[in-house]
Design a protein around this ligand. Structure first.
Ligand SMILES: [Fe+2]
Ligand SMILES: [Fe+2]
Length: 319
């Protein structure tokens, strides 16, 4: 059935925006100043910190590019879905294209600015940022295994199983990887850039900043769509919230925010309070996710959730 333009849903509106705003070309961004800055503008500690962050973003973008297809497959299998599946699939194609474009941007950046193709996190172990192995596991390995389970359920599962695994995937991918990890990472990046720009007296790595600005606009749509889909699935079956969303949020809080020692390098290298920034951005985004899904469906969290306090409660309940 054709798109019903009289009842356009959120994913269609986002698709419409993506047609206009999501078509920027990474190759059109001028990286010549970045090459100059990279060669002459940084201390070794700064280079290492920047590189450590870049490999994380590269791996993240490649990972989300490779693992999105099962979401499309599964949405396509839904019968009597609580949203228009064709509108959702149309949006997800822009989402997929945009992740490929982000991978393209970071690949070009490594090639042209860093003069290397070496993007593996494991080869940059010196970067403290990546010494939390949970982060890499959650971002790469687990995203892949959720995708594998989605493919299996799409082949042989019933409608309820399809909705539950889709909900789990969306919370993992859009709810946490994109809305928590990536968003916080980009804010930290901005803080670091502002600080270095000030000390250098010029805008540092302008091509990178331009790319990140465009990437963040794309990401905003991915996150908005993911939250909307989670809400629709919760409205249809509220049990999905305590069964799927809340355990995933708990896992995130325990595994990814429990360790703070990996941030120490940043604390030493920069004057702004990176932990405070992380807390604020991560809290705001988790609160928004819960508010959009519908606070009333949640048993263990509410829209005032404070990650640090929740973390203390969770570790106390383990003892
Ligand atoms: Fe992306
Ligand atoms: Fe994204």
């Amino acid at each position: 059935m054709a798109v019903d333009f009289a009842s356009k849903e959120k994913p269609y509106e986002l698709f419409d925006k993506a047609k206009r705003r999501g078509t920027w070309d990474p190759a059109a961004i001028d990286l010549s100043a970045d090459v100059e800055h990279w060669e002459h503008g940084f201390s070794d500690a700064q280079r290492e910190a920047i590189m450590g962050t870049f490999v994380g973003f590269y791996e993240g973008e490649e990972s989300v590019t490779r693992t999105l297809v099962p979401y499309l497959t599964l949405v396509d299998r839904l019968e009597d879905a609580p949203f228009s599946t064709i509108q959702m699939e149309m949006f997800l194609t822009t989402h997929l294209f945009e992740e490929a474009k982000h991978t393209d941007f970071f690949s070009m950046y490594f090639e042209e600015v860093f003069d290397t193709q070496e993007t593996e996190i494991d080869t940059h172990e010196s970067s403290n940022y990546w010494q939390n192995p949970e982060l890499k596991e959650f971002l790469v390995d687990d995203l892949e295994s959720v995708g594998d389970r989605m493919r299996e359920v799409a082949r042989g599962g019933n409608q309820r199983e399809m909705r539950y695994i889709l909900a789990e995937g969306v919370m993992h991918y859009m709810g946490i990887v994109e809305a928590q990890l990536a968003k916080t990472g980009y804010e930290i990046f901005n803080g670091v850039f502002d600080e270095i720009s000030e000390s250098m007296g010029t805008e540092v790595l302008p091509g990178c900043q331009e790319g990140l600005k465009l990437i963040r606009q794309d990401e905003g749509r991915h996150i908005a769509n993911g939250r909307w889909m989670m809400r629709k699935l919760a409205e249809e079956d509220p049990d999905i919230v305590p069964t799927v969303y809340e355990p995933k949020i708990e896992e995130y809080i325990e595994r990814l925010t429990g360790r703070r020692e990996s941030q120490e390098r940043y604390d030493r290298s920069y004057t702004f309070d990176i932990q405070e920034l992380t807390r604020t951005v991560a809290n705001d985004n988790l609160q928004q996710t819960i508010a959009v899904i519908g606070e009333e469906y949640f048993e263990r969290f509410d829209a005032d959730v404070d990650i640090a306090a929740a973390n203390r409660e969770l570790s106390a309940s383990d003892d």
